[in-house]
Design a protein around this ligand. Structure first.
Ligand code: GLC
Length: 408
């Protein structure tokens, strides 16, 4: 039986945080055609490795990344310590294909962790189990058990041992790590990766760490990707600002607006989920301006409306015709995304309301409750906060739906 009480305790800060920053950054930022460029363009590994001599990110400033995440209202960050291309942003002892051992000569993971700590930001590590450079990964242990053993750096190490060694490094070198965000387990399963053993080691080293579900074991959370799907257990939707790619790809002009992104965040919260929003910095380490602009707008909205997001979750009211609904304790937050004009009616709240506030202005609003309908009148014609204008309704008791009987 999994110990759900200690898991709940571990996950408490994360559940309250609701909003995090995902960062995909590595050599693939140089060709700037997404983080899968090596595979999509079938770049031989020796040719791909040459990118490392051009990787000298003069504008890398971990403090600036963290400052932007804070300004966006994000409470945790998850950085790609190593993606599928195998390039490590930290000083791995079991690989030469690392930032400290190539042109950059810097341990970016160390700098990132330090910047997060200074700012009180929770620290997450993304780590890809798969590494495209290993033939063993492609052949797999079933077809060729011998092939699961590979030569790297002239030394014979089992491919999976290399993976375990790297995860151990990440969990021992940088102090307390809050999140381990696995990826790239496919097509192999938890048994192939020896995930049970690996995660037990991780939890020994980092007792409070939160582990996602991508090592093939369910662990702490589900991770729907590029879509918002609610689960009955902790979950986090991860999403890009542009259409598809996580690594820097200026060729995609189809960026989500800050309005869409806020609404996605709220939708996650309204169904008890978190939102992990990705940015792909440029190869020089700077954050593309259109991403930064959106993050600042989201942060602006959260500075007025944060109480309807942090520590909030679902309500029994589901989605109203006005927009999503979130709740915390005896406060229900109506996210008005579809502005009703000068009069608003929220139907179906059984509880008696004591107070209604519009978070955009902080104003207390006169309201009237008639049976199961709550009216707020005298509103401006246009939404004072078109992104999402939140009404906080303090109620008596815990939120309860009134059965509809308007046809009677
Ligand atoms: C996928 C992709 C990867 C990205 C990740 C983020 O698994 O392979 O490029 O890092 O999703 O969720």
């Amino acid at each position: 039986m999994p110990d759900t009480s200690s898991a709940n305790k571990r996950l408490q800060w994360w559940t309250e945080a609701r909003f995090g920053m995902f960062i995909h950054w590595g050599l693939y930022a140089i060709p700037a055609r997404g983080e899968w460029v090596m595979l999509c363009e079938r770049i031989p590994k020796e040719e791909y490795a040459r990118l490392s001599s051009a990787f000298r990110p003069g504008k890398f400033d971990a403090d600036a990344w963290v400052a932007l995440a804070r300004e966006a209202g994000m409470k945790y960050m998850v950085l790609t310590t190593r993606h599928h291309d195998g390039f490590c942003l930290w000083d791995s002892q079991v690989s030469d294909f690392t930032a400290p051992k190539t042109a950059a000569r810097r341990d970016f993971v160390a700098e990132y962790v330090e910047a997060c700590r200074k700012a009180g930001m929770r620290v997450g590590f993304y780590y890809s189990l798969l590494d495209w450079r290993f033939p063993a990964y492609w052949t797999g242990p079933e077809k060729d058990p011998e092939g699961w053993i590979q030569s790297l750096n002239e030394e014979w190490v089992e491919f999976v041992d290399y993976v375990h060694a790297q995860v151990r490094e990440l969990c021992t070198r940088y102090g307390k790590i809050d999140i381990l965000w696995y990826d790239g387990g496919w097509p192999h399963d938890a048994r192939d990766w020896r995930a049970k053993e690996l995660n037990e080691t991780v939890r020994d080293l980092q007792p409070d760490i939160i582990i996602n579900n991508r090592s093939g074991l369910p662990e702490d959370l589900d991770t729907p990707e590029q879509h918002i799907t609610a689960f009955a257990r902790p979950w986090e939707a991860c999403m890009t600002i542009d259409d598809l790619w996580w690594g820097y790809h200026p060729g995609d002009p189809n960026l989500k607006s800050s309005m869409q992104l806020v609404r996605n965040l709220v939708r996650c919260v309204s169904a008890n989920g978190n939102f992990l929003l990705n940015i792909g910095p440029k190869s020089d380490g700077s954050i593309p301006a259109p991403f930064a602009a959106r993050l600042k707008e989201i942060g602006g909205w959260l500075s007025r409306n944060g109480e309807s997001v942090y520590g909030c979750g679902s309500s029994p009211f589901g989605q109203m015709h006005l927009g999503h609904v979130t709740a915390r304790g005896q406060t229900v937050y109506l996210h008005v995304m579809y502005w009703p004009g000068t009069e608003m009616c929220a139907a179906g709240i059984k509880n008696r309301a004591n107070r209604v506030r519009m978070l955009a202005t902080g104003e207390e609003m006169p309201f009237e409750q008639a049976r199961d309908r709550l009216f707020v009148r005298g509103l401006p014609k246009k939404s004072p906060d078109p992104i999402d204008c939140v009404f906080a309704i303090d109620i008596e008791g815990s939120p309860e739906v009134a059965e509809a009987d308007f046809w009677k």
